[in-house]
Design a protein around this ligand. Structure first.
Ligand code: IMP
Length: 424
């Protein structure tokens, strides 16, 4: 598997951390290509839980080189804190490679993120308040500050002064806040430069060389397809492309480099933050997904919203990403149900839909059309082979495959590294 993408096929939180951790056992490079420290990836190793936000999950494998490519928004304070946490827990981070072209999240981005959300009131997006939207805005309006600027204090100061003049006007006149100090920000950020310098490089070239040498390069997505800024449930999305296209621009490689695209989907579905969610449950079944699946955000601790698996949305993810395989996570959670529903279409405003609707108004009014499948009601957390699963669980997996025209190649039945069925 030379160049393999692992990405979220739902609204994030599909279990990508454990999936990347699994593949990174044999990976030479693990590359993050979008998002920032809004992501939360949990990896369970024995009794230990590691929560990663910015550093690729491949850092847990000593022989894989973790790469933060140009498409990632980097909050240097958060990055250094994560590096320190990992080192303190005995994880070697010295191989990390960071793109000099990646944009920085500045203190005013975090502040403006919080202000925008506050002023949106009932229309809030429910962001992680990590400054992602405002940092992406500055990137595209060409007001951003990049990692490489940290190593040229004059350029850094000039860019900061220009940006802060505008931000302080916004903060004081629109949001009624105190202005921020350029001196304090410069002192803090230029102080990070020395610590970050050993990690910084041309990651596009690095990845290209790795691919040329037929190394196994794993691209680790954050968030998920339905949070994509172009193709997700806009405006209730994140400010990046978690879809496969984001790998190309976010790393600096071309489409022919990619061999495999693995979509990670839970056996049910969750979302954090606001926005449309056709299969959302507001009943005891929804509560059961939250309790059994421990569905609380890694970054913000927020309770997630939950519902039955949505095959319309999954088919949309297959299409947008050219998925070659599906990695189905948390199948064990479905063992608690007598019968299992899957959404195979929607009705909305008098019409029936089999494909993901493009109109926001249609999506908001979607009511799921369900197919009900028999449950299995036995513990499957110890199963390691597909043939040893109860026949109803096998049927469930085969039903999903048929409906989305894509093989479910891996299935997880518990959080531990070995609680997994590999059908490849
Ligand atoms: P932002 O990325 O912080 O701007 O948040 C925008 C939306 O994306 C909000 O609904 C967040 O809850 C959601 N979001 C951002 N990162 C993640 C993630 O890693 N998992 C799930 N949802 C996320």
């Amino acid at each position: 598997m030379p160049a393999t993408i692992v990405l979220g096929a739902q609204w994030g939180d599909e279990g990508k951390g454990r999936v990347t951790d699994y593949f990174s056992e044999s990976a030479d490079y693990v590359v993050r290509f979008q998002g920032g420290n809004n992501a939360g990836h949990t990896i369970v190793i024995g009794d230990e839980h590691f929560a990663l936000s910015l550093i690729p999950s491949g850092v847990m494998n000593p022989s894989a080189i973790p790469v933060i490519a140009n498409g990632v928004l980097i909050d240097p304070k958060a990055l250094l804190a994560e590096l320190e946490m990992l080192e303190l827990r005995g994880v070697n981070t010295s191989q990390l490679q960071i793109s000099s072209n990646a944009h920085l999240i500045m203190p005013y981005h975090r502040k403006i993120d919080a202000m925008i959300e506050r002023y949106l009131g009932g229309n809030q997006i429910g962001t992680t308040k990590r400054g992602i939207g405002p940092a992406a805005t500055d990137k595209y309006s060409r007001n951003g500050i990049r990692v490489q600027d940290l190593f040229d204090p004059k350029i850094f100061q000039d860019k900061l002064d220009t940006a802060l003049e505008e931000k302080n006007r916004l903060l004081t006149r629109v949001y009624n806040q105190l202005p921020m100090s350029a001196e304090e920000i410069a002192e803090e950020y230029l102080g990070y430069a020395e610590q970050l310098l050993p990690f910084v490089t041309d990651t596009s070239l690095l990845v290209w060389q790795a691919l040329r040498d037929e190394k196994f390069v794993l691209f680790e997505g954050a968030q998920g397809t339905l949070l994509d800024i172009d193709h997700g449930t806009y405006p209730f999305v994140t400010s990046s492309n978690p879809t496969a296209g984001g790998v190309l621009t976010g790393t600096g490689i071309g489409p022919k480099a990619i061999d495999r695209v693995i979509g990670v989907s839970k056996a049910y579905i969750t979302r954090v933050g606001t926005g449309p969610f056709p299969t959302e449950l507001h009943d005891a079944i929804g509560d059961k997904f939250i309790d059994l699946g421990r569905e609380y955000g890694v970054v913000t601790g927020r309770r997630r919203r939950a519902g039955w698996l949505d095959l319309v949305a999954l088919r949309y993810a297959v299409r947008l990403n050219s998925l070659t395989d599906i990695f189905l996570t948390k199948l064990d959670i479905l063992s608690a149900f007598e019968e299992i529903k899957v959404c195979i279409g929607y009705t909305s405003l008098g019409e029936t839909y089999e494909e993901f609707p493009r109109q926001q108004r249609v999506l908001y009014n979607c009511q799921p059309i369900y197919e009900t499948l028999p449950g299995w009601n036995v513990d499957i957390t110890g199963v390691r082979d597909f043939e040893d699963l109860p026949k109803e669980a096998q049927q469930y997996i085969e039903y999903v495959e048929e409906r989305v025209y894509t093989p479910v190649r891996w299935v997880s039945v518990g959080p531990e590294r070995q609680q997994l069925l590999d059908r490849s």
